[in-house]
Design a protein around this ligand. Sequence first.
Ligand code: NDP
Ligand code: MG
Length: 384
Amino acid sequence: MKKIAILGSTGSIGTQALDVIKQHPDQFQAHTLTAGSNAELLIKQAREFKPDTVVIANEDKYTTVSQALSDLPIKVYAGPDALCQVVESTQIDMVLTAMVGFAGLRPTIAAIKAGKAIALANKETLVVAGQIISTLCTTHKVPILPVDSEHSAIFQCLNGEACNPIKRILLTASGGPFRSSTLAQLATVTAKQALQHPNWKMGAKITIDSATMLNKGFEMIEAHWLYNVKPHDIQIVIHPESIIHSAIEFNDGAVIAQLGTPDMRLPIQYAFSFPYRLPLQGKRLNLFEIGTLHFEQPDAQRFPCLQLAYDAIERKGNMPCILNAAGEITNAAFRNERISFLQIPQIIAQAMEQVDFIPQPTLDDLFQTDAITRQITESIISNH
Ligand code: NDP
Ligand code: MG
């Protein structure tokens, strides 16, 4: 029985992870569940899955959660520090990092230091601190099992290939809701339109990042750290059907891909069950139904966030951290209708110019960079 802590159990990944656990009650147990502020759903999940511990990051919701669960032997904690403490429990085997944004960094580090296997959904952790996280994982002999569908695909393609270097990663991207929109159309798209992703139902932040393709930029950085492949050997391939989840090219020209219906429960479950494959209920791939698969080059002019991500990882240091923080602030500002869609990359680029560059940042430097970038990005937005 694998005991799993789900950080962000109330989100898109978190709820799908609980569905996987529900399908395999003899294999997996939800040991710890955590939420940001959705007390209602956290309580409902706790009553159903009977975890050992729950944490609500928003301290104002502590009384609500603890009172609602007072008849059950569940430990209830609140606050961001509690997230870092609970993952250290000796009972936990694996931590699924399914919270969103920079907030995932500290608990992920705490889990690695406690020697827990990481099922990594929170890609922001690797974007912001890829070097530090990689070193920590080596030191503490902690495996990272990727949950992001593309990275899970790459991971699956690499089975049995340890002696073969990767020539190139083909990182597929759906292209998002605005794949075929013109630049003129992009100037007036709304957050509501951006939140209608064609293939995946995800949390709001990543859905907007998919529309700008910043998400694909983050995933390129994530792949760089996970698989030690140079950014320019990671080719972004627009593939609107989201059937090929990514592929690897080897020295002899062989390209190995992983295919499946767009369903995050597969990569979540594979991270939980690796190296075993367990049955999974859900729609199966029917190639006759799909008929044709399409591939396109990404358009740097309409989606400049991709290039910003290549720039950030080429410069390294705290630049990816600046990219991430400016990305989080502009993402929220667009959702709140404070800026337009096309202003997102413009403002991120300005933040990347204005925040002081640190070539070899410590973890403290990264926390400072995150805080300063948020301030600077906010002031750029206010002065627009
Ligand atoms: P959601 O917004 O749906 O869920 C986020 C979860 O994190 C919720 O449980 C939320 O709690 C919690 N949370 C948010 N902020 C905080 C905070 N400050 N402290 C503690 N908990 C917090 O996001 P997704 O599930 O879509 O994404 C989660 C992560 O997985 C992201 O890093 C994303 O990039 C990655 N990912 C997601 C995919 C998807 O299909 N959704 C695919 C690949 C990667 P509450 O509900 O209370 O707000
Ligand atoms: Mg992905």
